[in-house]
Design a protein around this ligand. Structure first.
Ligand code: DC
Length: 217
C-alpha cells in the first residue's frame, strides 16, 4: 500500500503533478482541497458564515460525494470561504477519517496542505511542492482566463498571498513542510519537468527503502 503525500501552497502545481503521478503509479488520487471547497460551498449556499465553526462543522459532516464533484468549486468566493472553513479545527477533524479511509483502501496520491504532517505522517513519500508567489499567481490567472473569468495579475497575486498567509499562520494544521518532505520548487519547471523530477525522487526513495529492508532481513 503506497501513500504519496503532496503538500504545498495554492497554485504551485500540486494538482497537475499529483494526477500525473497517480496515473503513472496506478494509484487513486484525492484532491483534498475539494473537501474544504465543498464544505465552504454548502455553508455559502445555506446563507451561513464560513467563519462560523458550528455551521462549517455541520457542513463538513454532511458532505456527500456529489458535493465534491460539482464544477463550481473554484470561484473566488468559494476559494476565500474554503480558506476560512479550513482554519476551523472541528472541520478538519470531520474530514480526517474520510481522507485516511480513502488512502488506506488501495493506497493513494493525496494533495493538500497537511497530508504529510497530519493525515498521513507515515506516508511512503512526501513531496512539498512550491513556487514563487508571482509564478503561482500567473498560473491561477491563466486558469481564470481559460474559464472566461478575466482578472488582473495584481488581484490574483494579492489573493494568493493572502491565502498563503492564512494557511501558514492558522493554528490548526498550518501549511508547513513535513521534516522528511522532499522540496520541489516549480517556479522554473513546466509540468513535464516537475513530473520527471518527482518520479526521480520517488524512485530514489523506493531504492533507499528497499536497501533498508534488505539490511533488516
Ligand atoms: O488546494 P485548494 O486551493 O483547492 O484548497 C482550498 C483551501 O483549503 C485552501 O485555503 C487550503 C485549504 N486546504 C487545507 O487547509 N488542507 C488541505 N489538506 C487542503 C486544502
Amino acid at each position: 500500500m503506497i501513500i504519496i503525500a503532496i503538500d504545498g501552497p495554492a497554485a504551485a502545481g500540486k494538482g497537475t503533478l499529483a494526477r500525473r503521478l497517480a496515473a503513472a503509479l496506478n494509484l487513486p488520487y484525492l484532491d483534498t482541497g475539494l473537501l474544504y471547497r465543498a464544505t465552504a460551498k454548502r455553508v455559502l449556499e445555506a446563507g451561513g458564515d464560513p467563519a462560523n465553526a458550528e455551521a462549517a462543522m455541520n457542513a463538513a459532516r454532511a458532505l456527500t460525494e456529489a458535493d465534491t464533484t460539482r464544477p463550481d468549486l473554484r470561484d473566488a468566493a468559494t476559494s476565500k470561504a474554503a480558506s476560512q472553513v479550513a482554519s476551523i479545527p472541528s472541520v478538519r477533524a470531520a474530514l480526517l477519517d474520510y481522507q485516511r479511509e480513502f488512502g488506506n483502501a488501495y493506497g493513494a496520491v493525496l494533495d493538500g496542505r497537511d497530508i504529510g504532517t497530519v493525515i498521513f505522517p507515515h506516508a511512503d513519500v512526501k513531496l512539498f511542492v512550491t513556487a514563487s508567489v508571482e509564478a503561482r499567481a500567473k498560473r491561477r490567472q491563466a486558469e481564470f482566463v481559460a474559464r472566461g473569468e478575466p482578472v488582473s495579475l495584481a488581484a490574483v497575486i494579492a489573493d494568493v498571498a493572502a491565502r498563503d498567509e492564512a494557511d501558514r499562520t492558522r493554528t490548526a494544521a498550518p501549511l508547513i513542510p513535513a521534516e522528511d518532505a522532499i522540496l520541489i520548487d516549480t517556479t522554473t519547471l513546466n509540468a513535464d519537468e516537475a513530473f520527471a523530477h518527482a518520479m526521480a525522487e520517488i524512485e530514489n526513495k523506493a531504492a533507499i527503502l528497499e536497501r533498508m529492508a534488505a539490511l533488516k532481513d
